[in-house]
Ligand binder design. Structure first.
Ligand SMILES: [Mg+2]
Length: 227
């Protein structure tokens, strides 16, 4: 194994879906408010970070937020699972072909690095038929701060494949400046994908090693990921 690929989920592998409405409803049921959810920027943040920001903004104490979290996540995954049956996530262009090619490529390990809580990640990618392509990863349920997720992903990869990947053997694939900055801080390589709300120039501006418009050119993208 010489490369560990760490994919973000929303805007990178899949788009759409009912996560925001499930999250909104879970916040209402648990805390009686979803705060300023319509105006809030979710991009590249972890689920617990988003919830904490919204609830702080609505005047809740840290203790009240922490006390409500178990119920919030329970309600969220319940609503998410229900809604995904009729509103599954849409796989972004080229993703399935790229994952197939990466699985067949010697020396490439496939993982996730996402702000989604792990059960949310499983439900979202499961609805798109690609959850089983990933054997491990790090998630918003592992740590509220995205910058803590790379070390956790490397640890899990070590356990899964028995390989002590160095940061520069890992490639973060993501659609937001936060994904890119988080990878760079840890010394990981970064590939920006402009299929979310950010343009190629935004991802270049965040310091991405390479940026692609989408993942549809399988051979080119795989060559960037494995060079
Ligand atoms: Mg994303």
């Amino acid at each position: 194994m010489r490369r560990l690929l760490l994919f973000d989920i929303d805007g990178t592998l899949v788009a759409g879906g009912p996560a925001k409405s499930a999250f909104h409803l879970a916040l209402m049921e648990t805390f009686g408010t979803a705060g300023a959810i319509e105006a809030h920027n979710f991009a590249g943040k972890t689920d617990p970070q988003i919830a904490r920001e919204l609830l702080r903004g609505a005047g809740f104490s840290e203790a009240d937020i922490d006390a409500g979290f178990p119920r919030l996540w329970d309600r969220y995954v319940t609503h998410l699972e229900e809604r995904l049956h009729t509103q599954p996530m849409q796989v972004l262009p080229g993703v399935v072909a790229l994952l197939d090619a990466a699985v067949d490529h010697d020396g490439v390990a496939l993982g996730l690095m996402t702000g989604n809580i792990v059960r949310g990640a499983e439900l979202k990618l499961g609805s798109a038929g690609i959850w089983n392509r990933f054997r491990t990863g790090s998630f918003g349920s592992d740590h509220e701060e995205r910058d803590e997720l790379p070390a956790i992903a490397l640890d899990r990869a070590h356990t899964e494949w028995g390989v002590a990947f160095s940061p520069d053997q890992a490639v973060v694939v993501g659609d937001t400046p936060r994904d890119i900055q988080c990878g760079r801080k840890t010394g990981m390589r970064t590939l920006g994908v402009a299929t979310g709300r950010y343009a190629i120039s935004d991802l270049e501006g965040a310091g991405a090693d390479r940026v692609v418009p989408d993942l549809s050119d399988t051979r080119w993208v795989l060559s960037l990921l494995t060079d």
